[in-house]
Design a protein around this ligand. Structure first.
Ligand SMILES: NC(=O)c1ccc[n+]([C@@H]2O[C@H](COP(=O)([O-])OP(=O)(O)OC[C@H]3O[C@@H](n4cnc5c(N)ncnc54)[C@H](O)[C@@H]3O)[C@@H](O)[C@H]2O)c1
Length: 257
């Protein structure tokens, strides 16, 4: 997915840009002629991004998606630098240190905190950028949900590993799809589109027995590589999808079927 230059008038703000998926999105947007504001809370991550990407089309900014002032300042810095922002990709993934436990081990306070960190931040960032996009009568917001926002957990594939589908994750990701529809409906008369991508699991050196069981649920690929999400994001940011809003694109090699 290179050199199509379809994003050459666009400035895309990415949250969680230093992450597994966010970092690939930065690269894909630059390769397609867009300008990128890569935001993340991690200074180490931002410094790595600054080494990987440079030039007039790239700006790295520190932003905490759970902090209204930080998000607002991030948008202001992006506008001051590039003159405009035309798209937002919500790819930050905040969670607390107890995240990822078995359902029965999840404490009420941790459930609340993780929903607050992840779902509420998606709302916060989308609302702040949505207000700006509404003023300029243009903008595309892309949220990141997951297959586990769409289908019930397949617990069997996690047996004999320390991994599971966190209950907060399932609740948050299902809510992100509905938040997407809500915002799409709210903003559709203002030229602002809001869509969602639901990826399958992305390969990150998970244990081999898990990878085999995961692959059994899929077509020929199994776990995704981050670049498998390129074309869905490009489509949603580009004018090709001008008539598409409120949608969730599942990219999972058939895992959720
Ligand atoms: N990796 C997968 O297998 C997978 C599958 C389906 C969906 N997703 C979704 O894709 C999105 C990105 O996932 P990922 O795998 O790239 O995650 P990741 O953990 O690799 O990266 C997340 C990034 O968010 C940043 N971050 C955390 N808290 C933040 C905060 N408060 N403010 C700003 N940035 C913050 C982190 O520093 C990190 O760079 C998430 O919404 C995730 O649920 C991931």
């Amino acid at each position: 997915m290179t050199n199509r230059q379809t994003l050459n008038n666009q400035v895309i703000f990415i949250t969680g840009a230093a992450g597994l998926i966010g970092r690939r999105f930065v690269s894909m947007i630059l390769q397609n002629g867009g300008r990128v504001v890569a935001s993340d809370i991690s200074e180490k991550g931002l410094s790595e991004l600054n080494t990987l990407f440079s030039g007039d089309d790239f700006l790295g900014v520190k932003v905490d998606v759970n902090d209204t002032v930080s998000v607002t300042e991030g948008l202001e810095r992006a506008r001051a630098h590039f003159g405009t922002v035309t798209g937002l990709v919500n790819s930050a993934y905040p969670r607390n240190s107890n995240y990822g436990r078995d359902f029965m081990a999840v404490e009420y306070d941790d459930f609340c905190e993780n929903v607050n960190l992840n779902l509420a931040s998606t709302f916060l960032v989308a609302k702040i950028f949505g207000a700006y996009f509404r003023e300029q009568k243009q903008g595309s917001i892309v949220n990141l949900s997951s297959i586990y926002g769409v289908v019930a957990p397949k617990f069997g594939i996690y047996e004999n590993t320390s991994m599971t589908v966190p209950v907060e994750y399932a609740a948050i990701k299902a809510a992100v799809i509905q938040l997407t529809k809500y915002m799409a409906q709210y903003l559709k008369k203002d030229g602002v589109r809001v869509n969602c991508i639901s990826p399958g699991g992305v390969f990150d050196h998970q244990p081999e027995p898990f990878l085999i069981k995961y692959r059994d649920q899929c077509g020929l690929q199994g776990m995704l590589e981050p670049e498998h999400l390129d074309s869905a994001l490009l489509f949603l940011l580009d004018a090709q999808s001008a008539m598409v809003t409120g949608q969730n694109i599942v990219v999972d090699d058939g895992f959720s079927l």
